[in-house]
Ligand binder design. Structure first.
Ligand SMILES: [Zn+2]
Ligand SMILES: [Zn+2]
Length: 331
């Protein structure tokens, strides 16, 4: 991407792995809302020109000096978040919200390419039997794992998920794997229909508040996870959550955009209001979930050629709901 809305296939120097780094030959690279935001010029963390792509699976091509956790030919996924190791967040083990976060595919070269480099600590082996396309879902599923950990989602609990886009679907699958009663909403009927096909209940956005009250005997949801990025939906979480419940905000609002909530509800409900950004230490669990076969979402991915990316992005930015999830492949 040379600039917003300007994407092309071109030549780029093949990177060389420095000490402690791994060079990965890309096989599959998922298309994420974050990539569409970079394309549209709306991702506040991106700079241009940029090779995007951060949901990556490939084979190890070469390793730099001192790398012992992988060798040439291994099928691996790449964790795209690189903490500085020095700031407060990194010091307490939360490098996903590092004050100087490096993001492969956002402010560092990404995997919409034949090769990408990453620190060895960001490389995870793919379990036996998992294909590259399926394994590329480790990154979005890890976001689901992170949000469910933040919200302490437990078995049998009523978990309401706002938004059934690609991240909403990851949240649905992880919360369901944890044994929660998952209910989701979206303004798009086709997205709701697809969410139901994953075996969960859905509510139309217009009926949301009444339906949640009815289904929870007037209590509200134990956990509300926001994955739309819509400020109105974010504000509504306070009304939807039960007393003593948890709200997890995953969706991104535009920089400078404020939301407004009734201040008294924070203490009246003693609600826990949590942000959830990307993921930290969640890839192993995401890969285990994928390998277990309990995650159905990769089965509906649209397989696309990497070299068609410019036309795919042009279409997707106009109609993001036109496919549930696209994955760019080099085969
Ligand atoms: Zn992503
Ligand atoms: Zn840091």
């Amino acid at each position: 991407m040379d600039a917003p809305q300007q994407m092309r296939v071109g030549e780029w120097q093949t990177p060389r792995p420095k000490a402690g780094e791994v060079l990965v030959r890309i096989r599959a690279a998922g298309i994420c809302a974050g990539d569409l935001y970079i394309y549209a010029g709306k991702n506040p963390y991106a700079n241009y020109p940029r090779i995007a792509g951060h949901e990556l699976c490939g084979t190890v091509e070469a390793v730099g000096e001192g790398v012992t956790n992988s060798q040439k030919g291994d099928l691996v996924v790449v964790e795209p978040f690189i903490g500085c190791g020095k700031c407060y967040a990194c010091r307490v083990g939360r490098s996903n919200c590092c004050a100087n976060l490096g993001l492969i595919g956002t402010n560092l070269p990404g995997g919409y390419a034949e090769f990408v480099v990453a620190p060895a600590g960001n490389i995870h082996s793919v379990p036996e039997g998992l294909a590259p396309l399926d394994a590329s879902f480790a990154e979005p599923l890890a976001i689901g794992v992170q949000a469910c950990r933040r919200g302490d989602v437990r078995s049998e609990e009523y978990v309401l998920i706002l938004g059934c886009g690609p991240i909403g679907l990851a949240l649905i699958e992880v919360a369901k794997a944890r044994g929660a009663r998952v209910v989701a909403t979206d303004i798009s009927e086709s997205r709701l229909k697809f969410a139901r096909s994953l075996g969960i209940e859905t509510i139309k956005a217009a009926e949301l508040v009444d339906a949640v009250r009815r289904q929870t005997n007037g209590e509200g949801a134990a956990v509300v996870i926001e994955a739309t990025g819509n400020p109105k939906a974010m504000e509504q979480t306070v009304e939807l959550v039960a007393s003593g419940g948890r709200i997890v905000i995953v969706g991104l609002v535009k920089q400078g955009m404020n939301i407004s909530i009734p201040g008294l509800d924070i203490t009246r409900k003693e609600m826990t209001l949590l942000g959830s950004r990307a993921s930290v230490n969640c890839f192993p669990e995401a890969l285990r979930l994928l390998a277990s076969g309990s995650i159905r979402y990769p089965k509906v991915a649209t397989r696309l050629s990497m070299w068609d990316a410019p036309s795919v992005f042009e279409k997707l930015v106009k109609d993001p709901a036109s496919m549930h999830k696209g994955v760019l492949m080099i085969e």
